[in-house]
Design a protein around this ligand. Structure first.
Ligand SMILES: Cc1cc2nc3c(=O)[nH]c(=O)nc-3n(C[C@H](O)[C@H](O)[C@H](O)COP(=O)(O)OP(=O)(O)OC[C@H]3O[C@@H](n4cnc5c(N)ncnc54)[C@H](O)[C@@H]3O)c2cc1C
Length: 815
């Protein structure tokens, strides 16, 4: 292309697939036209050109569903707007269930879908067959139909987005490969192309399969790996009516799409074939990968069982093309925590066509406004940790990641590949005690402990899983005696310097002008009053603080912290997470137990709630902090990692006489739900304010220097909130709550559950969730309602409370 390449622009987009095109289109719609999109070869030549073009709308969370729904709406009107045909049609989609677990998954999904405003019908096997006459329903238990799902032509849709972008002033240049990204002080300054440099303050990496390597040029982490992805297309088949809905048989790992009388059959097999281990060839353009009949043979057999007419069909095309997959099967969006001005939209796990509209829109808003328009934590690039760039890890995880799209999404499901990356120094000891580990950001954490003679392995279901009673015993051990939790996966940062107090005071909503040895629970707010982080801050000395937050938000919170330390301030933030092992010793016997292994004074007078002291414990010097996430008397011990084993061994030996139990994260979750302690990422996030989340007690409104978000929060305090986090307890002990179950008040949909767990002391499934109203939501309004929570389409009465269901006055903590 002989198009002139400018030397400077506002925003550069790398990659002309459907995602880059959508980002360009939406930036233009936000009136940012000084945008250059650079494509190394031809538009759509990477993965986009060969996608099957399914546009489903139901995703795992409200905001991702909103985004997919927006995509379908956008594609509906794109042809009329741009004059470029897209091929988009609303054919609907039909998902069938051949097992009870799958039927429950579909029904739970249907409840969620309706609460998100999607049309959805539950069908009997016979009704499913009416919609899809070639379908074999002998073993089908039920089906779900979404009439507004669609199909599109990915190439034409990309061209329509490009046309829409160009008509608003965006420059699109093909045959122009970006070969480098320029930075100054970890901030983007432009890119390099064959003809020279282009200066820009924002670069958007929409490089598809290449996105990991592109980010690697500037040491940024974009963990994705390509895998081979297969479908076949038949010759025209008799009896295949035009406009059939997309058919999904997830138990058979298969989808079916009618296309001009032919049938496209594609798969999400449980063991995928990673591809491009040594890099993606530079010449790769509109290319396909070799056929592999042996790989798809068992899948084809199951497709023929579902649609027997396939047996006599002739295959016209065997298609194999690469797509990129991420370690958790969710895409990667937002500004890189490592390089300012470098945005990413990549790793679309085979749903890039249906995601592109929404992802492009919110990323454009993010770039223009400086923050995400809605809570996008599920796909936020800040959830990934640096080791996840490791190629061996990515290759091994990708074997599993592709199939997860259609696998059963069991509650508590754990990845099976690429495990054992980050471990506590106590890992082997806990394993010997029967720990069954779950993984968060690569960190192995005990979720529950199997008693002697029981295998530490999950048996998944939607009901009470095999570990339910073991975890209940751990829970009771903590409430009644004393429990030990390994919380080493906590992220820990030291903030140090003469200005540490001043800097943290501005970032934290709570008062951090504490005396040394005091701990405070606080939120970090954005300018809109939304909760960016929910954590504790301990003042270690005049000029040194310890910040403790969750494992999942390690990168996010550290980035927020560092970006809010003014350049002239005398303060640095250092990540010391791996340096400390954390043991929580919780329960009424914790004081007595700790007194057996330390000569420190653990009395209320010497060691009140909220205090933190460095003490002798075993042969080590340990920071003991009197604080709790389970609602009992207890201490968190911050132990230098090299002393962890000696401290643990002494505590366990002394604990025998005190009835010490080892407890895991499932028990922790049950305990904290009874106490109504919030979990960032579920119950609180950047769209929720402390007033809405019910944690305004932690806000110091009157600090002389204020704090970020104070003005927005004050205004909200004045006007009152229309959303409020409420605790729920089912009135009957039946199905379990997990996440996203609709909340009904007096027969009206008012919200959905943000987290759910069985409360073993309360003896009922518990949930938390925001309720919303047009009026101000007051305690009286909440008390006046009659509530039901909907689980798999059944509404179950529940009681609502603003107070915790267990020890609401906190007497046990202060015992
Ligand atoms: C077989 C198959 C079926 C699929 N079916 C569906 C489906 O039904 N529904 C659905 O939603 N999704 C589907 N997908 C997934 C979908 O195709 C992808 O998620 C989507 O196309 C990804 O788009 P992208 O823009 O991120 O990547 P790409 O289309 O790969 O675009 C990236 C672009 O970046 C360019 N580039 C790379 N490096 C540079 C550089 N240095 N300089 C300039 N340009 C560069 C590349 O040339 C490429 O054009 C399917 C995928 C496959 C393989």
């Amino acid at each position: 292309m002989s198009q002139r390449i400018p030397s400077e622009t506002d925003i550069i987009i790398i990659g002309g697939g459907i995602v880059g095109a959508s980002v360009a289109y939406h930036l233009a719609k936000r009136n940012v036209s000084n945008v250059v999109l650079l494509e190394r070869r031809r538009l759509t030549c990477g993965t986009t050109w060969h996608a099957a073009g399914l546009v489903g709308q139901l995703r795992a969370t409200l905001n991702l569903t909103r985004l997919a729904k927006y995509t379908a709406e956008l594609y509906t009107g794109l042809e009329a707007e741009t004059g470029q045909a897209t091929g988009f049609k609303r054919t609907g989609s039909l998902a069938v269930a051949a097992s009870p677990g799958r039927l429950e998954e579909l029904k739970r999904g249907a409840s969620m879908a309706r609460s998100f405003g999607l049309e959805v019908d539950i069908l009997s096997p016979a009704q499913a067959r009416e919609r899809w006459p070639l379908l074999e329903v002998g073993d089908i238990l039920g089906a779900v139909y979404l009439p507004k799902d669609g199909q599109t032509n990915p190439v034409d849709t990309t061209q329509a987005l490009i046309r829409g972008a160009k008509s608003r002033g965006v420059t699109v240049i093909e045959d122009s490969k970006v070969t480098g990204i320029h930075t100054a002080g970890r901030r983007v300054t432009g890119v390099r192309v064959a003809t020279g440099d282009i200066r820009a303050k924002v670069v958007v990496n929409c490089g598809g399969l290449w996105a990991r390597d592109i980010a690697g040029w500037v040491e940024a982490t974009v963990p994705l790996h390509a895998a081979e992805h297969f479908y076949i297309v038949t010759e025209p088949m008799a009896g295949l009516a035009p406009g059939l809905p997309t058919l999904r048989d997830a138990d058979g790992c298969t989808y079916f799409k009618e296309d001009t009388g032919k049938l496209l059959v594609g798969w999400f097999e449980p063991r995928a074939k990673p591809w491009g281990m040594n890099g993606i060839p530079d010449t790769f353009s509109f290319e396909t990968l070799p056929e592999d009949w042996a790989h798809i043979e068992p899948l084809l057999a199951s497709a023929m069982r579902r649609v027997p007419a396939l047996e006599s069909a002739t295959v016209q095309v065997f298609f194999n093309g690469p797509e990129s997959f991420t370690p958790d099967d969710r895409y990667l969006l937002g500004e890189s925590p490592e390089v300012r001005g470098l945005y990413v939209a990549a790793g679309f796990n085979s749903i890039g066509i249906q995601s592109a509209g929404g992802a492009g829109k919110v990323l454009a808003d993010w770039i223009v406004d400086g923050h995400a328009p809605v809570d996008l934590w599920d796909v936020d690039i800040r959830r990934v940790v640096p080791f996840q760039r490791n190629k061996k890890y990515l290759r091994d995880r990708t074997v599993e990641a592709l199939g997860l799209l259609y696998a059963m999404h069991w509650p508590f499901r754990q990845a099976e590949t690429a495990r054992g990356v980050r471990k506590s120094p106590l890992h082997d000891r806990l394993s010997a005690r029967g720990a069954c580990f779950g993984e968060v950001a690569g960190f192995e954490r005990p979720n529950w402990f199997a008693p002697e003679g029981v295998k530490a392995e999950y048996e998944y279901s939607y009901g009470r899983q095999n570990w339910f009673e073991f975890s209940a015993a751990e829970h009771r051990g903590v409430r009644e005696r004393v429990g030990l939790f390994d919380l080493s996966s906590f992220a820990k940062f030291i903030v140090e310097g003469r200005d540490a107090e001043r800097v943290l005071s501005r970032i934290c909503a709570a008062n951090v002008a504490l005396s040394p040895g005091r701990i405070v629970y606080t939120q970090w707010l954005n300018e809109r009053g939304g909760i960016e982080a929910d954590l504790t801050v301990t003042r270690e000395s005049e000029d040194r603080y310890l910040v403790v937050t969750s494992c999942a938000t390690q990168v996010r919170d550290l980035t927020w912290l560092r970006r809010h330390i003014p350049p002239e301030a005398h303060a640095v933030a250092v990540d010391v997470s791996a340096g400390y092992t954390v043991l929580a010793i919780m329960g009424p016997n914790s004081r007595r137990l700790l007194s057996l292994v330390s000569d420190a004074d653990f009395s209320n007078e010497a060691f009140p709630f909220g205090a933190s002291q460095v003490i002798d414990l075993a042969y080590a010097r340990v920071r003991a902090s009197r604080i709790t996430y389970v609602g009992e008397l207890g201490w968190e011990l911050y132990i230098p990692a090299d002393c962890a084993q000696c401290v643990y061994d002494e505590i366990v030996a002394a604990g025998r006489g005190e009835g010490l139990v080892h407890a895991g994260y499932h028990a922790l979750n049950s305990l904290r739900m009874e106490k109504a302690y919030r979990h960032w990422g579920h119950d609180v996030g950047d769209e929720d304010t402390p007033l809405q989340a019910g944690v305004a007690f932690a806000v110091d409104w009157d600090k002389p220097e204020g704090f970020i978000g104070r003005e927005a929060l004050l205004a909200q305090r004045q006007s009152g909130v229309r959303r409020r986090l409420v605790n729920f307890r089912l009135e009957k002990d039946g199905p379990l709550l997990y996440h996203n179950e609709p909340i009904w008040r007096n027969g009206q949909l008012v919200g959905r559950v943000s987290s759910g767990m069985f409360g073993h002391t309360v003896g009922r499934p518990l949930g938390m969730g925001y309720v919303e109203s047009d009026e101000v939501v007051t305690p009286e309004w909440i008390a006046a309602g009659r509530y039901e929570l909907e689980i798999a389409t059944e509404r179950i009465p529940a009681s609502a409370s603003l107070r915790a269901f267990y020890d609401p006055s906190g007497l046990r903590i202060k015992a």
